[in-house]
Design a protein around this ligand. Structure first.
Ligand code: PMP
Length: 416
């Protein structure tokens, strides 16, 4: 670590201890210690999550809800405990408001089909922001094509902040849903969700929040935010892939009709008619990802123990240090300089293509993401084909940022 890093306050987290929890950080890549700066795409898993899943399969595995035998009851208890933990983590008023899904993408699609579609008339509007991930663009586009509704986009400024004045002007009774990302994966911008919800409420507009990138980095309180739906993925928050959740206000979930039918979600079936379970069961058709949900519960426990305020504080220090350090590199330009920003450093390095940057620094053991980050309109906005993105997690250190900077400097040197 250089001198400027040493004036930064000591971390509230014991990062050495955290690192020891992540077995993958012991491995090398191209003979160098792995330096993982791709948590935004998918976080690594601590042994507590891995061991919980392992224990489930070794000792408790069975299908849930239907069985009277001991294993089925144990599996059901573990699955429902994970729902409770998840609800507590986001301060949901009730565990019944947590629907397990495959992740953020499926959560958004569920709301699109079960909540928004039945309310849409031709000429109605769906409002999203310019910095959305494709998962909060494409489902709405598909729905608009089908129904004759119109997709409207709230602009952003050159720093990658939402134009709040434009947002206010775009709110009207025609808008049937406002979908907005909490933390942008491509820019790191933290959007003022509570303010946005207050504004939307004045027009009776329900708000869906894509919380995929917020969940692992800051405390999320859905009641304080005032939103109607909150979507997230287990694998971004140190849990397994193939699992995530939709939180929705009870009144909405109760009124919504499921868009997938099958086992588990029914109360009574005849050939003439079927009746559905209450929420959340009616949205969880078929055998769910039982081990995944339990694993996500373990990830919630892990993060709760660290304290999300501590996580946010640590990542803010890393971001400040990284921003300063990388800015000294010839040709470095940060894409996304919002005043409120989470641990994402999206950048370009002179004329060097981002894919070349990513490939070269991989040889130094450094993993970053390159491309459009599933947010093509964002890179188009900045007139770029792609950016390189270093995204931060709880296990990253100042020393790793130094390694990243050194690898980037060597990359620049190769193109001089
Ligand atoms: N929204 C944001 C902001 C994301 O970063 C991602 C994942 N990159 C998603 C949505 C989609 O998440 P998933 O692929 O887990 O459904």
């Amino acid at each position: 670590m250089n001198e400027s890093a040493q004036v930064i306050c000591p971390p509230a987290l014991d990062v050495g201890k955290i690192r020891a929890d992540f077995p993958i950080l012991q491995r090398t890549v191209h003979g160098k210690p792995l330096v993982y700066f791709d948590t935004g795409a998918s976080a690594q898993r601590p042994r507590q999550v891995i061991e919980t899943i392992d224990d489930f399969y070794r000792n408790h595995n069975a299908n849930i809800h239907r069985g009277v035998h001991t294993l089925s009851q144990e599996a059901t208890d573990l699955y429902e405990q994970a729902r409770l933990k998840t609800a507590g983590f986001i301060n949901a008023p009730s565990a019944e408001e947590i629907v397990f899904t495959r992740g953020t993408t499926e959560s958004i699609n569920l709301v699109a089909h079960s909540f928004v579609r039945p309310r849409l008339q031709p000429g109605d509007e769906i409002l999203i922001s310019w910095m959305e991930h494709h998962s909060n663009i494409v489902p709405w586009q598909m729905l608009c094509e089908e129904t004759g509704a119109v997709l409207k986009v709230v602009p952003m400024n050159q720093r990658g902040e939402l134009e709040m004045g434009a947002l206010v002007d775009m709110l009207s009774a025609r808008v049937k849903l406002l979908g907005v990302v909490h933390v942008s994966n491509a820019l790191g911008t933290i959007n003022p969700i509570a303010d946005i919800c207050t504004l939307a409420k004045q027009h009776g507009i329900p708000v869906l929040v894509d919380g995929a990138q917020a969940m692992p980095h800051q405390r999320v309180d859905v009641q304080a935010l005032g939103c109607d739906f909150y979507c997230f993925s287990g694998h971004k928050m140190y849990g397994p892939t193939g699992i995530g959740a939709l939180w929705g206000k009870a009144e909405h979930l109760q009124a919504m009709t499921p868009y997938q039918g099958g086992g588990e979600m029914i109360r009574h079936v005849t050939f003439e008619k079927s009746t559905f379970n209450e929420a959340p069961g009616k949205f969880e058709a078929g055998t769910p990802n039982i081990a995944g949900a339990i694993g996500m519960g373990a990830a919630v426990d892990y993060l709760q123990k660290l304290g999300m305020e501590n996580v946010a504080a640590w990542e803010a220090q890393l971001l400040a240090y990284g921003t300063e350090k990388l800015s000294q590199i010839e040709g470095f330009r940060m894409i996304g300089t919002a005043a409120q920003k989470a641990g994402v450093m999206s950048f370009v390095l002179g004329d060097i293509h981002a894919n070349d940057v990513g490939t070269i620094i991989d040889l130094h053991g450094v993993a970053i993401r390159t491309g459009h980050h599933c947010a093509m309109p964002v890179v188009q906005f900045f007139g770029l084909p792609a950016t390189a993105r270093a995204s931060l997690g709880i296990y990253n250190t100042f020393e790793e940022i130094d390694i990243l900077a050194e690898a980037l400097e060597k990359t620049v040197g190769m193109f001089d």
